[in-house]
Design a protein around this ligand. Structure first.
Ligand code: SF4
Length: 394
């Protein structure tokens, strides 16, 4: 099932990729930042294509981000109590398909969660401003009166954009503030707001102005601290040009072979469709002996032919020859259904593992790790929270 880890994902066959994808009519502002990289990754996230791919299990930090966003929306529309209730449920419910089962509260540091609770509590006051709820599903664009609110749906046919700003509010002096909530960092090492976030906010501003006319607009990123984003007429013109160019590169409704769109490189590291991407699956092993500096470090994936299987304390240790011809080992692998001695000679694909030697150099080369693990090996050790294992698809 796309976008969700099914219960038997660990014994699933490697998903068959679609031959082609449809270029969507509309793009999401939150995805614009990735348009400069791999076009397949960018296009596969659209509503038109999402169901064609089987996504890898999501990182708990990403699941937390989604849960917090929903709770913030509830906070603005229904009040803090309802929001905290919804957030607590998300934190304490086992993540569907997690094996062995785990909750966000197991995977995420307590202080991070506490910080988010505090943010929900601090958002309480907004509920009394009578802000509108989001446009009901199926409605194309908000009605005239719905200019302010949480998750307000905006759309621009000329820019081919459609998406929801987390919060649009009107200040007492008439200024319109557009806020996007984040749960992680928003700046680079020099303290500059990431370009992808600026473009996302500029896209909301352009859509708002197109729909409701000129306005004094203030853009903000809120990750517990409010980061105002300077927005001049020139910034908006530049953003309009960038967004138009993205649209011109990808004419709507074109069906494109996925091999024409895939651009393997740094984008692969956190790409959720790696297990479906024939280009990544064929290129990555050529990187493993000495990962090119402009690509690595790579996602902690490995695949090859199983040579040895050992069961110790209910956990497996597998030795394989990977597709680059190297001997690799995957330790502390959970006792997944279907695992056993009959794996010897089979091809297995592991995604999202953990390793102690990620990114280390050796004799002038930077090989991809050869030692991986899935479950924690003791107190303080990392666990690969979003690991997935597949067999050959035939
Ligand atoms: S795995 Fe890499 S090449 Fe394939 S879609 Fe993702 S980013 Fe693009």
């Amino acid at each position: 099932m796309a976008g969700q880890r099914s219960l038997d994902v660990l014994v699933n066959r490697l998903p068959l990729p679609p031959a082609s994808v449809a270029v969507p009519e509309y793009f999401s502002p939150s995805m614009l930042g990735s348009a400069a990289g791999c076009q397949l990754k960018f296009i596969s996230a659209s509503t038109e294509n999402r169901e064609k791919f089987e996504e890898l299990p999501r990182d708990p930090a990403a699941v937390l981000g989604t849960s917090f966003h929903k709770a913030m929306e509830t906070c603005v529309t229904d009040g803090t109590e309802a929001a905290i209730e919804a957030f607590e449920l998300a934190i304490l419910t086992p993540i569907p398909g997690s094996d062995p089962p785990f909750t966000l509260s197991d995977a995420i540091e307590k202080k991070t969660i506490r910080k988010l609770y505090r943010r929900l509590a601090a958002t309480q006051a907004l509920g009394s401003q009578g802000l509108a709820k989001s446009t009901p599903t199926g409605l194309r664009g908000p009605p005239e009166s719905l200019r302010f609110g949480a998750e307000l749906r905006l759309e621009s046919a000329t820019l081919r954009l459609r998406g929801s700003a987390d919060l649009i509010a009107e200040e007492p002096d008439g200024t319109v503030t557009i806020t996007d909530y984040k749960t992680g960092g928003v700046t680079d090492r020099e303290g500059k707001i990431w370009e992808s976030y600026r473009l996302q906010l500029f896209a909301y501003a352009l859509m708002y102005i197109e729909r409701f006319g000129p306005a004094e607009i203030e853009l903000r990123l809120d990750n517990g601290r409010v980061h105002p984003i300077h927005c001049t007429e020139r910034d908006l013109q530049e953003a309009r040009r960038t967004i138009t160019e993205i649209g011109l590169r990808l004419p709507p409704h074109d069906t494109v072979n996925i091999t024409e769109l895939a651009e393997p490189g740094t984008d692969c590291r956190n790409c959720s469709i790696r297990s479906n991407c024939v280009v990544y699956l064929s290129v990555a092993p050529t990187w493993w002996p000495d990962v090119p500096p402009d690509v690595g470090p790579l996602a902690l994936d490995t695949w090859g032919v199983v040579e040895q299987v050992m069961l110790m304390n209910d956990k497996y240790m597998l030795s394989m020859e990977d597709d680059a011809g190297r001997k690799v080992r995957v330790e502390q692998t959970a006792k997944h259904p279907g695992f056993g001695a009959d794996l010897i000679g089979q091809r297995l694909w592991f995604f999202g593992l953990a390793s102690d030697v990620w990114g280390q150099s050796l004799q002038g080369k930077r090989p991809h790790p050869r030692f991986f693990h899935e479950l924690s090996r003791g107190p303080g050790d990392s666990r690969a929270w979003s690991a997935a294992v597949y067999r050959r698809s035939d």
